[in-house]
Design a protein around this ligand. Sequence first.
Ligand SMILES: *Cc1c(COP(=O)(O)O)cnc(C)c1O
Ligand code: SF4
Length: 347
Amino acid sequence: MTPWQHLLTDAMTTPADLPPSLRPDLTGLQDIMGHYPMRVNPYYLNLIREKNDPIWRQAVPQLAEHADTVCHLDGLGEERLSPVPTIVHKYRDRALFLVANQCAMYCRFCTRKRKVGTPEMMVNDQAIQAGIDYIKGHPEIRDVLISGGDPLLLTDERLEWILAAIRAIPSVEIIRLGTRVPCTLPARITADLCTMLSRYHPLYINTHFNHPWEITAESSRACGMLANAGIPLGCQTVLLRGVNDNIETMLELMRGLLRIRVKPYYLFQGDLSLGTNHFRTSIEKGQEIMRGLLGRISGMGIPTYAVDGPDGKIPLTPNYIESLTETLTFTNYEGKTCFYENGDTKG
Ligand SMILES: *Cc1c(COP(=O)(O)O)cnc(C)c1O
Ligand code: SF4
């Protein structure tokens, strides 16, 4: 077993395993565990400073997961866009390929909470082959997003089998890996993994950090190694109540990501996935945070704030335009009203 596999074996899988000071009220929680598994590996556990803090909230089950009467089982409407069980084909030129059912930590707010870590998402060789064949049969797919679960929980050999098969399809231009491992299990990023990944360029990685405390010496090392392997790194942060729903935290997170060579890509409004409603904020809150970022951090550090849903991703960028005729009237980052002469609208 590799060192990172040991960290997973040592993970806590029920709230009763947690040190007493970090244990939630256990009443009723066992029932939740039957639906939504828990996995807090020793690395991520170490980032928790106290009960109810922003790291704890992401990792430890709470009764609120069962009190959700607002969200739906398949909030993104993925099942009906799934021609084979491992593929979600929503946009013509891109396909989402779900190759793994496990994660290094089961985020309590996960969009695919209904599936990840459960037997419902078993991904065997045959299911992966069906996905590869689907991509081969659809040459309009230029961009393959490998996700799960977390694809970096596969062994190097298994992941390379998938990458090589996709790279052999001439119509595929770019490959993207979606993985939270640089944040939740940085020991998984090894020199061997980086060497293997660098054989399949152009390859991009979108990782997922939600709080500045997740930026550590270890996660910084992991991202540096991936970047040195020539892999551009992006981050898909989720806006979470009680975790990062304020300007100062978000600003610190975005600055930290740029320092570890990760470009903020999306800031997602919470999805309508069953069991996650207690994490959702209002859209006004997200827009207030976006306004707070503008002018205080370089454009390099500003993600696209978006909501994802059955109809696709829709940007929720705050509106700076007051009116647009022959003249554009708008508000700048300081709240000052400004003007710009429009180009010729007849031409
Ligand atoms: C998010 C998503 C994509 C990728 O969208 P980008 O904006 O290109 O990052 C592709 N397919 C599905 C089903 C998605 O949910
Ligand atoms: S790493 Fe991603 S897929 Fe896995 S539990 Fe967290 S949000 Fe869900």
